[in-house]
Design a protein. Sequence first.
Length: 252
Amino acid sequence: MTARSLAALVPSLRDVGAVVLDTDGVITDSARLHAEAWKAAFDAFIGEYPPGDLGQRRPFDTREDYLRYVDGRSRLDGAAAFLVSRGLAPSPETVRRVAGEKERLFTESLRAHGVRAYPGTVRLVRVLRRAGVPVAAASASRHARELLALAGVLDLFDALVDGAEAARLGLAGKPQPDLFLEAARRLGVPAGRAAVMEDALAGVEAGCRGRFAVVVGVDRSGDPDTAARLLRYGADIVVRDLGELLEGAPSR
């Protein structure tokens, strides 16, 4: 890495040997499509099979419930976690049904609206690549490769570990660190010399459990509570956009 390249990064990243980025909400703006699809699937299910407690019948919240129960997790794990949070005891068949409906809705939305990469993330990845730092994308979603391709950034990443690879290899989902550890392994750099960049609480926790050198939380909501929670779950720093990592010290 050249001195000029080092100077372009904030100090906390200047010694890392590799960077692993989550996909949805970190590289691409697809998190909103996931949240909307989850809302439609969950609201329809709760409307058809309402919990006994009236207070548990409220609609799915695309910020609070998404962040707490489904963001960063596999579809099945996310569906189960949310339904249990509403006092339900879903069978495996029910979980698969709700997750399958979410998948259908997400795929329809993706094909109708497309997806884009965040400019700040693209700038950061290009600086890292010029500096000789290998970069990987990781995601619990089986759509990750498609998302990166649609956004025109697939060729920026040296490795990709997505939901299909996780299933093939039997990797545990977040908050376990398996996805990130496999991505770092493919880059040839131990976790203790690599950074993880994540917007999900489960993903930040996974980075900490994997003992990565730096865990960067990404909070695009601008909500102080969200930033505080990312820090509580173990983020070393929190930024609103990864472009901040090229512009001096993060704002919080």
